[in-house]
Ligand binder design. Structure first.
Ligand code: GCO
Length: 426
């Protein structure tokens, strides 16, 4: 039980406080990836190209300096498979050196690296083989994980194999329904100009099985390396809320879209929770956000309590022996004051869950930087803004506020009433 203090919940020893990014969304010019090919295909459905992104491939030292200087002790970033293995079996020693330098750089700055091996983007050659539906997918991904141990051995402890496998499986359904080519890799909650509505699609069952196989094969490969790696994966928690009388409908809805991926984590060392908002389920299925509900730049209902509900649900499914790491939580908004209010309310719901015994090991805010939101730069999630022309980084007030919590080693208590502009509880 974590003791509460008069100024909020004292953080457990070793609690990770920081921010998250992904390779394709911030590095720039990920030219060997399937997403790059999709973005630049004539007539592409992707509204905006990633291009240079935030140029973090070159500016990662500056990113880490800022995060460390703000007071954070952890940084989640991605290793890009398409850079490490741009052609099947052809490993780039330069890419390995690049990511080893990033791991060392994080550790030198007092940032615990949390590394994601696959965050929606795949090498073009892998997608052209059929991606996760390829009969060799699990072995090819495990081989990449084995190669990546040459990076992780620099001092990484927390490694996520696949980011949001449930979103990947859902997007495969969407891509198939849209009759797009097999080379069109799915990714992200948004695809092209259209926001992705998880409620509108059923995960591709074959891809679900393939992703779980790949996760298990990669996990075995990572453990065989004997580096003491703590292996998990990060699941998009949709916080399906049953309206009265719809409990069975909601449970049936959650199962293929989330719980099957949480169950696959029961033998893992940790589970990544990624929660932003909720999805209400009525007797006939998904319901729209409540009339007049405030929404974000991604069109999601502003519902910060989703975080506490997500960690409680996740702990209930994976069991008490698999600790929770919040690897994504945040809000797409140009109103940084709202970002602070939303995050304070989200952290308060997390505090309550921790005080009720959920074993939470860290909170990594999405995102460190304003970045490429899978087809658009418009939804800004960053604690730090990035000038699209000069790539100049400017920490927002929210970055300094969240960093001050990290420095103080505390999480805010539940607000007496939800701050203005943020949904009330329930
Ligand atoms: C995802 C990813 C991130 C997103 C974030 C906001 O869920 O799509 O993990 O890449 O940018 O969740 O949508």
């Amino acid at each position: 039980m974590t003791p509460a203090t008069e100024s909020g919940l004292a953080l457990p020893d070793g609690f990770l406080m920081g921010a998250s990014t992904s390779a394709h969304q911030i590095e720039g010019n990920n030219v060997s990836s399937d997403w790059w090919a999709m973005e630049n295909r004539p007539g592409s459905f992707v509204a905006e190209r990633s291009g240079d992104a935030a140029d973090s491939f070159h500016r990662w030292p500056e990113d880490m300096d800022l995060l460390s200087g703000l007071g954070f002790n952890a940084y989640r970033f991605g290793v890009e498979w398409a850079r490490v293995e741009p052609e099947r079996g052809q490993v780039s020693r330069a890419a390995l050196a690049h990511y080893r330098a990033m791991v060392r750089g994080a550790l030198e700055r007092g940032l615990t690296p949390v590394v994601t091996l696959h965050h929606f983007t795949s090498p073009r050659w892998f997608s052209e083989l059929g991606g996760w539906t390829s009969p060799d997918a699990a072995e090819l991904f495990a081989a990449y994980a084995r190669t990546a141990t040459g990076i992780l051995g620099e001092g990484v402890r927390h490694v996520a194999t696949i980011n949001e496998p449930n979103m990947v499986a859902l997007m495969h359904t969407l891509v198939r329904r849209a009759g797009r080519s097999s080379g069109d890799s799915p990714g992200g909650r948004r695809e092209g100009a259209a926001a992705f509505d998880p409620a509108a699609a059923e995960p591709d069952a074959e891809v679900t099985r393939a992703l779980i196989r790949a996760h298990r094969a990669a996990s075995a490969a990572l453990r065989e390396a004997g580096l003491g790696l703590q292996v998990g994966w990060t699941v998009a928690n949709q916080v399906y809320q049953a309206e009265p009388g719809a409990e069975e409908v909601a449970a049936a809805y959650a199962r293929p879209r989330e719980d099957v991926f949480l169950e696959a984590a029961r033998e893992d060392d940790w589970i990544g929770v990624q929660a932003y908002t909720r999805h209400r389920i009525g007797p006939d299925g998904p319901l729209p956000a409540p009339e007049g509900a405030a929404t974000t730049l991604t069109g999601w209902e502003i519902y910060p309590e989703a975080l506490g509900e997500a960690v409680r649900h996740t702990a209930g499914v994976v069991g008490p022996h698999v600790p929770v790491l919040v690897t994504e939580n945040g809000i797409a908004t140009d109103d940084d004051g709202l970002r602070i209010r939303y995050t304070a309310a989200a952290l308060a719901s997390l505090t309550a869950a921790m005080r009720d015994g959920v074993d939470v090991r860290g909170y990594l805010h999405w995102s460190a930087l304003d970045n490429y939101e899978w087809g658009s730069y418009r939804p800004r999630f960053g604690l730090i803004s990035v000038d699209p022309h000069t790539f100049a980084r400017t920490p927002k007030r929210s970055a300094r506020w969240l960093g001050s919590l990290a420095r103080a080693g505390r999480l805010p208590e539940a607000p007496a009433a939800a701050p203005a502009g943020v949904s009330s509880a329930g």
